[in-house]
Write a protein that binds this ligand. Structure first.
Ligand SMILES: [Zn+2]
Length: 188
């Protein structure tokens, strides 16, 4: 779009002022245009390289997500915690696991997903209040302790860790049966 107009512009590459013939000219001359082109190309390559790095970095996670059975290491990677935390979850009967041998423990991917379904906070993202108190669908804390033979502290830890709603009525504190049953197994 050449014309007779003359416009003073700043070269996008060298920063010098120059006289342009169009309002869209960006560079003072061929040299700067070439240099700018090279710089763009280089930036594109760097970006592609960064994307590739990101892809390689994420690949293990993608692979893990596709698996049905996970190792302790996979599980730790997937939920972004330490392996010790995974062992603790298993030991605390929060995460079911199968010990195939002394050195091989496997975890079902579906069980990991269940961990999060048990967390009302994760489901409601803090928007909804816990369900209304219904004594017929609750245990008292004492009941849970006695039935499952767990200490008061273990029960409190469980309640906090899984964000289980707790209700108080009179001198009793209640928790809903459902998450407790899922976590600790049905009472026989
Ligand atoms: Zn220039």
């Amino acid at each position: 779009m050449s014309s007779n107009i003359r416009i003073q512009r700043i070269c996008q590459q060298c920063g010098q002022e120059f006289t342009a013939r169009t309002t869209v000219t960006q560079y003072c001359g061929d040299n700067c245009a070439k240099r700018a082109y090279k710089a763009r190309k280089k930036a594109g390559k760097v970006e592609a390289s960064n994307r590739e790095t990101e892809r390689i970095r994420n690949k293990p996670l993608e692979d893990i997500k596709a698996k049905e059975f996970l190792t302790i290491r996979d599980t730790a990677l997937l939920i972004n915690c330490s392996r010790q935390t995974v062992y603790n979850l298993i030991k605390g009967n929060i995460l079911p696991a199968a010990q195939l041998s002394a050195r091989k423990t496997i975890i079902k991917r579906a069980d990991i997903d269940k961990l999060f379904q048990l967390t009302p906070l994760a489901q409601t993202a803090g928007q909804l209040a816990p369900p209304a108190f219904n004594p017929a669908e609750c245990y008292t804390l004492t009941q849970v302790q006695q039935q499952y033979r767990i200490s008061e502290k273990a029960l409190y830890d469980l309640i906090i860790r899984h964000n289980i709603p707790k209700y108080r009525q009179g001198i009793y504190a209640y928790v809903p049966k459902k998450p407790i049953d899922v976590l600790l197994g049905p009472i026989l």
